[in-house]
Write a protein that binds this ligand. Structure first.
Ligand SMILES: Cc1cc2nc3c(=O)[nH]c(=O)nc-3n(C[C@H](O)[C@H](O)[C@H](O)COP(=O)(O)OP(=O)(O)OC[C@H]3O[C@@H](n4cnc5c(N)ncnc54)[C@H](O)[C@@H]3O)c2cc1C
Length: 400
């Protein structure tokens, strides 16, 4: 099998490199993946608008919805390159571009597609979404969600609390899971998905600072929020299948992003080992260091193959369930391993803030080290992902 990129993909990579050179300030290192927040929202939006204008932001969507009908393979290459250069903007609206949009194309009405897909594709502030699944008592046990949606004429009335909602403070729209039938025989049977305007009266967003002081996620309260009935996505009480699809899309998107970002970090670590001496010899001559860097290179190649394989399966019309979980686990592992090896090589420099003049690799290792525990929880913990792999990949029975 020939895994080399074709002319089209190589040209795209080159275009993205030039874009990064032209649009990003010198020494740029910010990455939403690592940074855990978007510090300069205006800049992020300015860049996402430009990505949209080039037809890159949602390139695999049909042209009528703002895409350019590119293959998912091409999109995967784009995602890897964007992450390699740390180009912001693409990930700010990740809920919209990566799972809300694709799910609307599968389950949405014509009106929903006509209204929301072009907004997402525009890269503008009004196209930024957040995802409201988790609640104080519904994380891994997601089917336990208690937020209620009660039909009232032409509307639903939403009441409840969500938590850990990434980017809710930036989002214009919310992709919300709520309980529509509290008496359903099985708790995942009475769940539905809604589109909620974050500007609706009764929506309150409170910041939560993560364990290293960044504002990435929030708690969101819904107090008697009126949502038009036509904002229900798919069928009432049948949102669970839709949610599983959305989660598979979300988990798919982590591999290209992680691969691209950490491919660059590894290249920089290798250079660092080449010009940093320990006991009179460059680190790069130390066999232990060489083996550790080689291990990371192998991990990254595996992740890249996983990313390509899943893109291929989706392009064949298949729904990759356990593969999405596998990619998520591998992405989290790669992030952790680069962080740990990087910290071993950099020593105390790995603890220096990216903004400090003493930071090495522009703070990439500190960012990875602080970021990997949270990354391994978001979109499903390793235990939950492995349970999916055991069940759907290995055919083992359900464990609970
Ligand atoms: C950076 C970040 C961003 C996030 N963004 C969002 C977002 O935008 N929207 C959103 O809705 N949520 C978001 N989340 C929340 C995330 O989805 C949940 O934190 C996650 O699903 C885990 O749920 P929990 O925190 O309630 O932990 P729990 O479910 O309470 O889990 C605690 C521990 O128990 C383990 N565990 C639980 N059940 C089982 C089981 N059956 N078998 C084995 N082990 C088990 C877990 O693996 C974990 O180690 C985000 C989280 C993070 C860290």
């Amino acid at each position: 099998m020939d895994f080399r990129l074709g002319e089209k993909e190589l040209a795209l990579k080159e275009e993205i490199r030039k874009f990064a050179e032209a649009e990003l300030p010198p020494g740029w290192r910010r990455s939403t993946l690592i940074d855990g927040e978007c510090r300069d929202f205006e800049f992020e939006i300015a860049i996402s608008r430009k990505l949209a204008q080039r037809g890159w932001l949602v390139m695999s969507w049909p042209e009528e919805y703002g895409g350019r009908g590119a293959s998912l393979w091409e999109q995967t290459v784009y995602e890897m390159e964007i992450a390699y250069w740390g180009i912001p903007g693409a990930w700010m609206g990740i809920s919209g571009t990566q799972w809300v949009g694709p799910c609307l194309m599968m389950f949405g009405t014509k009106e929903q597609m006509g209204k929301y897909l072009p907004l997402i594709a525009s890269g503008e502030k009004d196209g930024v979404w957040c995802t409201c699944y988790s609640e104080p008592n519904a994380g891994s046990d997601f089917a336990n969600l208690q937020t209620r949606a009660v039909r009232d004429g032409d509307n639903y009335i939403i009441d409840g609390q969500k938590v850990w909602t990434s980017a809710a403070h930036r989002a214009r729209w919310c992709w919300l899971a709520a309980r529509t039938d509290p008496n359903a025989a099985k708790k995942h049977h009475g769940v539905s998905i809604f589109i909620v305007d974050m500007k609706n009266p009764g929506v309150t967003v409170n910041p939560i600072l993560n364990y290293y002081g960044r504002h990435h996620f929030n708690e969101v309260f819904f107090d008697n929020v009126k949502v038009p009935a036509h904002n229900l996505v798919g069928e009432e009480n049948k949102g669970w299948y839709l949610l599983m699809q959305a989660l598979a899309f979300e988990r798919r998107s982590t591999a290209p992003m992680t691969y691209g970002h950490f491919r660059r970090v590894l290249e920089e670590l290798a250079k660092y080992a080449g010009h940093t001496e320990y006991e009179g010899r460059p680190l790069s001559q130390n066999p232990v260091v060489r083996a550790k860097l080689a291990d990371l290179a192998i991990d990254l190649e595996v992740l890249k193959m996983f990313a390509y394989q899943i893109a291929w399966r989706i392009s064949q019309g298949q729904i990759p369930v356990y593969e999405s979980s596998r990619n998520k686990v591998m992405s989290d592992e790669v992030m952790r391993r680069v962080a740990v090896t990087g910290a071993e090589l950099l020593g105390v420099y790995s603890q220096v803030d990216p903004d400090s003049e003493w930071a090495k690799l522009r703070g990439a290792i500190q960012g990875a080290y602080l970021g990997f525990p949270g990354q391994a929880i978001a979109a499903g913990t390793a235990e939950i992902e492995k349970s999916v792999i055991a069940r759907f990949g290995l055919g083992l029975p359900k464990s609970y």
